[in-house]
Design a protein around this ligand. Structure first.
Ligand code: GLA
Length: 353
């Protein structure tokens, strides 16, 4: 295993470094210390062709102007906070409004748009990069000085693990996620409509017209949201179900997970044979099928368009601060925020039966 470092670009006179972790099976994960962005993940298909399976850019300027959160760490709070305001211990906090009247993905300058410190970790079992960031009290409107770290580590079992940690000096909110857009076809040869997905989830969250949870948890049975057995992404994209139409035809929905660290989410693409298994200790996952990716321009040589990638954003349920029956992601002073999500890159078993 090894880790290769080089300069990726410059932001505000600070050098942005690129780190490529490589294991002995040839799997590569590349990330940069701007936004903790994962720029590339190279894995083999069933014929042994090594190709990229995440949307990304080659130049730092594209990431600076990008509003898709490609590969980034999102925070302090992933998803939308209604009215961009919340109350903690009787005090009202106003957040930056960056989507209509609401707050999305940590605000205008969320964790995806800041420079992180980086340290390389290498041992017999894995290669890793630890990113750290100090978010000052009041940043984007949130209370508390917050110190966070995100460790990306790659092992010989072809697993990438993301470990999130956080501490605050004042009660605050923290609910981070990783916003990679996966496309298992390899180098974006096909869009993700024929990707099959399996999720251990019997409930998804109803959203209002601004994509914010209403508070109702709905049963997936008999709907395009039923991924308890494998189902294609195009099921929801082509469906007349009002909840698919509401989010621009497809998925942009939180699902409540029934298990942790037990093959919760499996994404598969039959043609390439690639599989991605996601295991987490989070309570939920937002499945976003790339419905808002616009036409125009290129993404690594491929014309930009809808459904070019799918995000599997493991996290606490969105807008939980306004829904007391959702598990809380309030972080107390002195408490540790700690969460791990693992992504295992595999090949489908081609022996049928
Ligand atoms: C998330 C949101 C989407 C969209 C994307 C970024 O997945 O839920 O609605 O904002 O991020 O384009």
């Amino acid at each position: 295993m090894k880790i290769i470092q080089k300069t990726f670009g410059e932001v505000n006179n600070r050098l942005i470094n690129q780190y490529t972790m490589v294991n002995d099976n040839g799997i590569e994960v590349t990330c940069i210390n701007y936004g903790c962005i994962i720029t590339k993940i190279i894995t083999p298909d069933k014929e042994g062709n090594f190709e990229n399976i995440v949307l990304g850019y080659d130049a730092i300027n594209d990431y600076i102007t990008n509003h898709y959160y490609f590969g980034a760490i999102v925070g302090r709070v992933a998803g939308r906070i209604k009215g961009a305001a919340f109350e903690l211990d009787g005090e009202t906090y106003e957040l930056v409004k960056n989507e209509n009247n609401n707050h999305l993905h940590g605000g205008m300058t969320g964790f995806d748009k800041v420079i992180w410190d980086a340290a390389v970790i290498e041992n017999d079992q894995e290669v890793a990069v630890k990113f750290s960031y100090h978010s000052p009290d009041g940043e984007e409107g949130y209370p508390g000085n917050l110190d966070i770290s995100v460790i990306y580590s790659l092992n010989q079992q072809n697993e990438l693990s993301i470990q999130y940690t956080g501490h605050t000096d004042k009660k605050t909110l923290l609910n981070m996620t990783s916003h990679s857009y996966f496309n298992l076809s390899g180098n974006f040869k096909r869009d993700i409509l024929n990707h099959a997905l399996k999720i251990k989830s019997e409930k998804y969250l109803e959203l209002n017209e601004e994509n914010i949870p209403t508070g109702d948890l709905l049963d997936v049975t008999g709907t395009p949201f039923d991924f308890t057995s494998e189902s294609m992404i195009k099921t929801g994209v082509e469906s007349e179900h009002p909840h698919n139409i509401l989010v621009g035809k497809g998925y942009d929905h939180p699902f409540l997970l029934q298990t942790n660290h037990d093959n919760e989410i499996i994404l598969m693409e039959k043609e390439s044979g690639r599989t991605l298994t996601v295991e987490t200790d989070e309570v939920g996952v937002v499945v976003y099928s790339g419905n808002f990716i616009e036409n125009g321009g290129y993404i690594q040589g491929v014309p930009s368009r809808k459904y070019l990638g799918i995000c599997l954003e493991t996290q606490g349920l969105p807008d939980a601060i306004h829904h007391p029956h959702f598990p809380s992601w309030v972080l107390e002073k002195g408490e540790e925020y700690s969460s791990v999500t693992k992504y295992k890159f595999g090949i489908m078993n081609t022996n049928t039966n």
